[in-house]
Design a protein around this ligand. Structure first.
Ligand SMILES: [Zn+2]
Length: 485
């Protein structure tokens, strides 16, 4: 007897519970994929695996729809492994301890893996739930989504035959998702000249803290302060009225997070200590009052005296601050199709000093690939103008909203029919597997939807039972209609 035996739709919860017994952190999907191979074999379903470990399970159409239009249902089998400090759980060995609390299913002290286990279960449940009519279905079970989308990136052209696809990795049941952003990083390295600090100079350390930070895609429209940018402005203000030589500058910890803290050591004329502090304070007070009120009220700064016998040369210091000033940051464009959607953005995520080298990392995103390309060129040329070495590793593609998508029209109509209201149309300003799949299957027609999941990627993750039933209803109606072509 499983914990979820009484929940409806039974076929979905049954598969979800089976998955929850097998550890499946990103990179450790062999166990769950083997279970699904055996599961497919038991049912006489076609099942093939690709070089990176993705599975494709083929479910024939139901009576009368055997020759219907095929549809690809896609979800990722891996999950984020997070637990509370007090929880004893081995993510390599232990099954998740599922529990039901009112209308919600969660796991005791750990992530639940409803992201994206519930989507995977819905796709496969078409084989077990005999009440749903559908055409030929291909269920694509990808690996390693959470760490870097490498499963979806590894799907080769020709692996599946459907030209329409439903991704079930969304987490909000009143919306249909129709796009996501692609992304590409830029890494700058400035090689500075270092020199002994001039006679009669003094060291100062300026620290920026108390900012909220957040995800560099999903939170970029919130106007939260970027600690590196704010620090740079304060130092630039001082550099306008005196010589400011950098000793080091450091801030941020992840390319895809808005930096919350930053700190610089500088060398200034000993007699100008007071003026330095006044200039920094005046600049930052203004930023706090005019730009961060209401969004980052915790913002604070400090400037203290430190020892600094060496620094970068004045020219190198100016170039470093100029580069950090010139690098674009924040929202660079809004979508014309979807009100309120950030189309393009860039985040100055990390700056780090190693000896006399200053490294900077930026993360750019756009749902329009040509716009992303332009951002990438902009980053590169700014770096080149500053004489920095610029590296731009390969990025990942976005999924551009297509308001004329036939599968979107079907899904919207079925949503309205089932629930009496229009679904909201949303896109997300972050990566989804859909973007990568369109790279090898450019004409693939996609929508994404899924049940309400809250607290994903944390031990508070839970999925709403009534919402799974709602989405199942939409899913069943949509696959049936798609089969009719
Ligand atoms: Zn997911």
């Amino acid at each position: 007897m499983g914990k979820l035996d009484k929940l409806q739709p039974a076929a979905v919860w049954n598969i979800f519970e089976k998955m929850s017994d097998i550890p499946r952190g990103s990179g450790n999907e062999a166990g769950v994929q083997n279970m699904f191979k055996a599961w497919a074999k038991e049912r006489g379903l076609g099942c093939k695996e690709d070089a990176v470990g993705n599975l494709l399970v083929s479910i024939p159409g139901t009576k009368g729809l055997e020759k219907g239009a095929p549809v690809l249902i896609q979800g990722h089998v891996d999950m984020v492994c997070e637990k509370n400090a007090a929880t004893k759980h081995d993510f390599e060995k232990d099954p998740l301890k599922l529990r039901i609390n009112g209308d919600w299913v969660s796991a005791e002290g750990t992530t639940l893996g409803a992201d994206n286990g519930i989507g995977v279960a819905m796709g496969l449940a078409l084989a077990d739930d005999k009440t749903v009519a559908h055409g030929p279905v291909e269920v694509l079970l990808t690996v390693d989504e959470e760490r870097g989308l490498t499963g979806a990136a590894g799907v080769e052209a020709g692996f599946f035959t459907s030209t329409k696809m439903i991704n079930l990795d969304s987490e909000q049941d009143d919306a249909i998702f129709i796009g996501c952003a692609g992304g590409r990083d830029t890494q700058y390295t400035l090689k500075n000249k270092s020199a002994r600090a001039p006679k009669d100079s003094a060291g100062r350390k300026v620290t920026i803290s108390g900012l909220k930070g957040g995800h560099s895609g999903l939170d970029i429209h919130t106007h939260r302060g970027n600690a590196i940018k704010i620090l740079t402005r304060a130092l630039q203000a001082a550099a306008e009225v005196m010589d400011v030589r950098l000793v080091e500058i450091n801030g941020g910890s992840m390319r895809n997070a808005i930096p919350r803290e930053a700190e610089a050591k500088v060398v200034i004329d000993r007699k100008l200590g007071r003026k330095f502090k006044q200039t920094i304070d005046a600049c930052l007070k203004k930023v706090k009052a005019e730009e961060l009120a209401g969004t980052d009220d915790g913002f604070t700064w400090k400037s203290t005296a430190v020892q600094a016998p060496r620094s970068f040369s004045l020219t190198s210091s100016k170039t470093t601050l100029s580069l950090l000033s010139a690098i674009p940051n924040g929202v660079t464009g809004m979508s014309m199709d979807i009100a309120g959607l950030v189309e393009s953005s860039t985040n100055l995520g990390v700056v780090k000093t190693h000896g006399s080298k200053v490294g900077t990392v930026c993360c750019s995103r756009s749902s329009v690939m040509s716009v992303l390309e332009e951002l990438v060129i902009q980053h590169r040329t700014i770096g080149e103008l500053a004489g920095a070495e610029v590296v731009q590793p390969e990025g990942y593609p976005g999924w551009q909203p297509n308001m004329k998508s036939p599968i979107l029209a079907v899904t919207r109509a079925k949503y309205k029919q089932a629930f009496g209201v229009e679904a909201e149309l949303l896109a997300i300003h972050a990566g989804l597997e859909c973007g990568l799949l369109t790279e090898k299957y450019p004409s693939l027609d996609i929508v994404s939807f899924g049940p309400n999941i809250t607290g994903a990627q944390s031990p508070d993750e839970k999925v709403q039972i009534s919402s799974v039933q709602k989405i199942w209803k939409l899913f069943a109606a949509t696959v049936k209609e798609v089969a009719k072509g």
